[in-house]
Design a protein around this ligand. Structure first.
Ligand code: ADP
Ligand code: MG
Length: 351
């Protein structure tokens, strides 16, 4: 009898194990004695300052792996470095891409389609013309803008995702600067998760992405910068778990024309060739997909409040957003209402 009941127990255990849908087994794990202990790593990469914080007993090796991963991705994507995969593509016009560059280019082309061309990585000749690539800023002439504009249009890129082969249109060059940091924060968060980190937050030049919640179970709190205030002042705090919070702002990188006093920022409207004048000065996107968040913060900035709101209404299962216009008015999509803390009055955007 005892032998039979033991057999029954074994059978039951096998059934329970094979019954798990994803093929994984919940194992009772010992609580991590260092769950509330954190380490932070600072680094400069991708033309910006980054900070990475991870909690738990594997935190130090996870941070070391993350830094190596960021440097590996930087070497692939940086358009300003001659040896990067993107620079080589820009020189030769065609390439078979490595896995990460292929994945990122594929997403960039998808988002070009879905945003009606607002997000367009072929704006690179315009970035060069305005001096954003060399910091040798100047206002181009109208005819220079028109010549560079003739090279813009991701619809002229041919890309075969099965072979990862890309061919640019004649004279075209691409710049992943509007999406690469989001892809990188997403990659770091995925890496942390694979290594067994339960709680982490990374900030890549203001692109924030969180893993899990804080070790005490409370959500992460991310501040939204006041575009009109001195650096460091915020207009709102949002509480998030497992989300990226990514802002594009005209106050981030710009120059002032000494003759006219007019300022020009680095988010280029592919329809005009000029820095976008959509009436917005900051767009924050909150989403579980860091790559999407980065590309959309740039895209919604260009679309402006009205078109951006319509885009959100059609894609509200993918992200939430905060828009700040040049008058300082705040507009917040309804999914953020319960997680946003702010003393400012704001307009709630609904579906
Ligand atoms: P930041 O990199 O400062 O966080 P963004 O994410 O908004 O800001 O990206 C701006 C960068 O995106 C520019 O520096 C340029 O490399 C690139 N870019 C500018 N305009 C566009 C555009 N219309 N579509 C895609 N990328 C763009
Ligand atoms: Mg962006």
């Amino acid at each position: 009898m005892r032998g039979f009941s033991r057999l029954l127990c074994c059978l039951l255990a096998v059934l329970l194990l094979t019954g798990c849908a994803a093929g994984t087994v919940e194992v009772e794990t010992e609580p991590d004695p260092e769950a509330e202990t954190s380490s932070t790593q600072y680094l400069e990469a991708m033309d910006t300052f980054m900070s990475l914080t991870a909690y738990g007993s594997v935190r130090d090796e996870a941070l070391e792996a993350a830094v190596a991963e960021i440097q590996r991705l930087e070497a692939l994507f940086t358009v300003g470095s001659e040896d990067s995969e993107i620079s080589r593509l820009n020189r030769s016009g065609t390439a078979v891409l490595s896995e990460d560059t292929a994945a990122l280019l594929g997403r960039a082309l998808e988002i070009y389609e879905s945003t009606g061309g607002a997000f367009d990585i072929t704006v690179y000749p315009l970035m060069e013309l305005w001096g954003f690539t060399t910091q040798d800023y100047r206002v181009p002439t109208e005819s220079e803008i028109q010549s560079a504009l003739a090279l813009v249009g991701s619809d002229r890129i041919s890309y075969d995702s099965t072979t990862s082969t890309v061919t640019l249109g004649q004279g075209q060059s691409v710049d992943l600067g509007g999406i690469a940091k989001g892809y990188t924060s997403q990659t770091v968060i995925d890496l942390f998760e694979e290594m067994g980190v339960a709680s982490a937050m990374v900030s890549l030049g203001g692109n924030v992405q969180c893993l899990g919640c804080k070790p005490d179970g409370s959500p992460w709190r991310v501040g939204i910068q006041n575009p009109a205030g001195t650096e460091g002042t915020i207009v709102a705090v949002i509480e998030v778990e497992n989300q990226a919070v990514i802002t594009s702002g005209s106050y981030e990188r710009y120059f002032t024309d000494e003759d006219t006093g007019k300022t020009y920022h680095h988010i280029i409207d592919p329809a005009t060739g000029y820095p976008s004048e959509s009436g917005l000065c900051s767009v924050t996107v909150v989403t579980s997909d860091g790559t999407l968040g980065d590309a959309l913060s740039t895209s919604l900035f260009i679309m402006g409040l009205e078109e951006g709101t319509a885009y959100w209404q059609a894609h509200s299962d993918e992200f939430q957003a905060i828009f700040i216009d040049t008058e300082g008015n705040l507009y917040v999509t309804e999914g953020l209402e319960s997680v946003m803390l702010s003393d400012e009055t704001y307009t709630l955007l609904t579906k």
